[in-house]
Design a protein around this ligand. Structure first.
Ligand code: FMN
Length: 180
């Protein structure tokens, strides 16, 4: 039996080429709302979403992340852009307590799937954590409007896909056991 939700989940890919096309506020609000409707342990909703469409801020996050990666000796090809020049970045942070990272993971996947349902694509970006290896935590959290007591978890960028849509990666074997 075909099911559109299951098809959507199976068709989502991490997209790394985006059109130079802005995303409307209406779509952004729907994506964020789906993030906020993710489940969270004990309904703590202990997350914070920083929605960045300001190109200067996106470039600054990219710059700081690349500097952090450089400092750690992580090599990247010339011209690498952490967000692949996507027009929308959402930075997730949370109050660090039990399950908060898992909650953030639930929120981020909800947003990735919501974006796909709205005709957009996305790529989850863990690399933004590297910013903290170069720049000052207070300065970064101020730049990203991360509230006091919250810590950056990870980011996700969105845009309209450009070029060939990525193939699904092969799934590993022997990762499931059934106990009947
Ligand atoms: C927690 C997390 C962090 C990730 N960080 C990055 C990243 O920094 N840069 C990137 O290009 N992709 C990143 N990805 C995307 C993965 O590389 C991608 O999900 C994986 O290769 C499988 O491909 P698919 O999403 O198309 O199925 C991340 C994914 C997750 C779940």
């Amino acid at each position: 039996m075909k099911n559109s939700t299951i098809e959507l989940i199976l068709e989502r890919r991490s997209v790394r080429h985006f059109q130079n096309k802005p995303i409307s506020d209406d779509l952004i609000m729907q994506i964020v709302n789906c993030g906020m409707f993710a489940p969270s342990a004990r309904d703590r909703q202990n997350w914070h979403f920083t929605v960045v469409t300001n190109p200067n801020t996106i470039e600054e996050i990219n710059r700081l992340t690349l500097l952090g990666m450089e400092r750690l000796g992580i090599e990247k090809e010339e011209g690498y852009h952490v967000f692949y020049h996507a027009p929308l970045v959402i930075v997730l942070s949370s109050i660090i307590e039990g399950y908060s990272e898992i909650n953030a993971g639930c929120a981020i996947e909800n947003m990735a799937l919501a974006a796909k349902a709205l005709g957009l694509d996305s790529c989850i970006i863990g690399q933004t954590r590297y910013m903290y290896h170069q720049a000052n935590i207070v300065d970064i959290n101020r730049l990203l409007k991360i509230p006091l007591g919250y810590e950056h978890d990870l980011s996700i960028c969105f845009g309209y896909s450009e070029g060939d849509y990525p193939e699904a990666k092969p799934r590993k074997d022997n990762l499931v056991d059934y106990i009947k």
